[in-house]
Design a protein around this ligand. Structure first.
Ligand code: NAD
Length: 265
């Protein structure tokens, strides 16, 4: 007798009845888009944000196709924007089980110049959008997570090693990874788990602002044990797993998804 393949009943999917917020979708190349897809495939319900009216054009059809319950404007550099988005999630979802922070910003000259030349305003802007907004997101969401849950941000190897043309962003990703550890410590008693996922280089809109990014992709693929770089779907699958009960014993880590490149000198 042959057995046909059957899809699991929606109620049995690992993220059935779980609700959360996905930030950082700019287009269908965004890491956040792949995370959203993976979470929806596991039964999760999502709210999706877009940064401005320019990106809404690309993001709205994606949000609709994924059946997002909310499609909200979020510019973390605008006072009150993040807190407003979280309040709307509270009104619609009641409680929240997961959130993805997948946003970064840095002036081009601060990526490509010497870090000691970074201006105070450039440093502040990069730190505010790329790191402090994760702390603010957690603070705003905490009351909506009485049953605990997962908060996940995106980091990069430049936090730990000097990567050419990553400049001050490396310093800020290091702060972000440290923030993950302190947040995990503070929020652990509430069952809120906190992670940084560290993907290898992937050509996205943000990455296209980094000089010689194609060379970085090539050299990473050559040194990686798997002999290639990763796809956004591989990052999505790992991130969705971190929202499921399967990862319930983990918190505070930076988890690489880079075909193993970070282990090779
Ligand atoms: P992307 O351009 O698709 O996403 C970046 C997102 O940041 C965009 O959606 C943009 O709207 C958002 N953003 C920037 N400033 C914002 C603000 N003020 N308010 C709200 N949103 C804002 O690029 P991506 O590569 O998917 O980047 C997502 C995350 O992944 C970033 O943190 C990036 O540093 C990280 N990352 C990317 C790579 C890579 O190679 N692409 C590798 C490691 C980590």
């Amino acid at each position: 007798m042959t057995m046909g393949t059957t899809s699991p009943t929606p109620a049995l999917l690992p993220l059935a009845c779980k609700k959360g917020l996905i930030t950082g979708v700019a287009n269908d190349k965004s890491i956040a888009y792949a995370v959203a897809k993976a979470i929806v495939a596991l039964g999760g319900e999502i709210a999706i944000t877009y940064q401005n009216d320019k990106t809404a054009r690309y993001t709205q059809p994606l949000a609709e196709a994924l059946g997002a319950k909310l499609f909200l404007k979020l510019d973390v550099a605008e006072p009150g924007s993040l807190e407003g988005v979280v309040a709307q999630c509270g009104d619609t979802f009641g409680t929240v089980d997961f959130a993805l922070h997948s946003m970064a910003f840095c002036n081009a000259q601060d990526l490509h110049g010497r870090v000691i030349d970074t201006t105070e305003s450039g440093f502040e802007a990069a730190m505010n959008v790329s790191c402090h907004s994760f702390l603010r997101l957690a603070k705003a969401l905490e009351p909506l997570m009485p049953q605990g849950g997962s908060l996940i941000t995106m980091s990069y190897l430049g936090a730990e090693r000097v990567v050419r043309n990553y400049g001050v962003m490396g310093i800020i990703k290091a702060a972000l990874e440290s923030a993950v550890r302190y947040m995990a410590y503070d929020l652990g008693p509430k069952g809120i788990r906190v992670f940084a996922v560290s993907p290898g280089p992937i050509m996205t809109r943000a990455a296209s602002g980094i000089a010689n990014f194609n060379n970085l992709i090539e050299s990473d693929a050559q040194k990686a044990p798997l002999g290639r770089t990763v796809t956004i779907d591989e990052v999505g699958a790992l991130t969705a797993f971190l929202c499921t009960p399967g990862s319930s014993g983990m918190t505070g880590q930076t988890i690489y998804v880079d075909a193993g490149a970070h282990i090779v000198a």
